[in-house]
Design a protein around this ligand. Structure first.
Ligand code: LMR
Length: 398
């Protein structure tokens, strides 16, 4: 029965993680997967998370099922974080949120919902985009197109080309935007550019789907929601897939959410009933622990401010590593300009390293970078910076 099945290629990001784990190199460095590391190279559990967990263990009374969409408290907390407490969308009950297994789970449910209810829609993703986007949408049979985003010569957003591409997207199609900290480039639209994109979206009549996995990793919780909120002022309908893997460090708890925004409360009820059907047919209902942690932190003043401090510390450390990386390369005599890296946001940068250079870094130095040249700045530390920059200087000179 199974003799015809071929071995699938390794996942470009998580497959790299497995290869890193098995690499005996004594000084290996993992800049592949987007996971935050502290200055010791560890991915610690946040103090706010630990404290919330202690309370949960103490107070938990049942392990019975959650509802298909997760708890009311979690769903409200997510909406407040996305929209801000007093947003009209919340007051008019135009949005419904379902807990999901991470941001990926939210995207998968969104994909199924789109395929079922907008079967003719093509979904447009930025070029480049997160390596898993294509797979998620193609796996439900959606057509995936790409819109211009990155200028590889200027190492910046090619906004004119982006506008030109999106002006061709017809009404009824779906466009995926990275809410902040674009993965893999680290380059986001400015506030003015978000406003232009929202106007264009309203004019063209396409549906925006925000992938919002890094809220708080760019400039701050509120600042990072600017693009999404600018869109909300222009358009009546939207899908948002958000994740708490990074900003709460809850990677292996798989906690995120899918939010559907509609024109009216009635439409939101109808659309959400269909989202719940997709969930029921996939994993029935979500796990409790991760979302309970997030709810506990977001709804308690002490835990919330502790978490915001910890989030700020993570964001600041990454910004520091960006500058240190650029300065260390310069100090090692690298003449190629890497200063763009210190201007970017979030965990990632598109380094401009070629596939050959990426391969050489791995085989000669045990340094793991995604094949596209994407580096996770969050994996850099003061300790690994010197050997990392020595190796990059060497491969650039070869
Ligand atoms: C990444 O892009 O490295 C992260 O979002 C982890 C993943 O699932 O790919």
């Amino acid at each position: 029965m199974f003799e015809h099945i071929q071995v699938a290629p390794a996942d470009p990001i998580l497959g790299l993680n497995d290869a890193y784990r098995n690499d005996p190199h004594p000084h290996k460095i993992n800049l592949g997967v987007g996971v935050f590391k502290d200055e010791n190279g560890a991915t610690p559990i946040l103090k706010s998370v630990k404290q919330a967990e202690e309370r949960l263990v103490e107070n938990e009374k049942t392990k019975s099922y959650l509802s298909i969409e997760g708890t009311e408290a979690y769903r409200q907390a997510v909406q407040t974080l996305l929209f801000g407490a007093d947003h009209e969308v919340i007051a008019k009950q135009r949005a419904h949120t379902a807990q999901s297994p991470g941001g990926t789970g939210a995207l998968r449910i969104a994909a199924e919902f789109i395929k079922k209810h907008l079967p003719e829609a093509t979904i447009w993703v930025s070029n480049p985009t997160w390596a898993n986007h294509q797979s998620i949408f193609q796996s439900v049979g959606l057509e995936v197109g790409s819109y211009a985003y990155y200028d590889s010569t200027a190492k910046s957003l090619d906004f004119e080309a982006m506008l030109a591409s999106l002006s061709q997207v017809p009404s009824g199609d779906v466009v995926l935007f990275h809410g902040c900290c674009h993965n893999p480039t680290g380059i986001d639209p400015t506030n003015e550019q978000w406003a232009q994109l929202a106007k264009l979206c309203s004019k063209q009549g396409f549906l925006p789907l925000f992938d919002f996995a890094y809220q708080g990793f760019g400039s701050g919780l509120e600042e990072d929601a600017t693009g999404l909120r600018v869109f909300l002022n222009q358009v009546q309908e939207m899908l948002i897939a958000n994740s708490f893997s990074k900003n709460f460090g809850l990677y292996n708890e798989r906690v995120g959410a899918l939010t559907v925004v509609c024109e009216s409360a009635e439409q939101a009820d109808a659309a959400f009933s269909q989202v719940k059907r997709c969930i029921r047919a996939n994993y029935s209902n979500p796990p409790s622990h991760g979302s309970a942690i997030v709810t506990e932190i977001l709804t308690d003043q002490h835990l919330r401010s502790l978490w915001e401090m910890e989030l700020k510390a993570m964001r600041t450390r990454i910004h520091e590593m960006r500058s240190l990386f650029v300065n260390t390369l310069r100090a090692k005599g690298v003449t190629q300009d890497f200063s763009f890296i210190s201007k970017q946001q979030g965990m990632f940068s598109f380094s401009g390293l070629t596939p050959d250079q990426v391969a050489q870094l791995r085989t000669e130095f045990g340094i793991y970078i995604v094949g596209s040249g994407r580096i996770s700045v969050a994996g850099m530390t003061k300790d690994n910076m010197e050997p990392l920059c020595d190796a990059i200087a060497k491969v650039l000179a070869d």
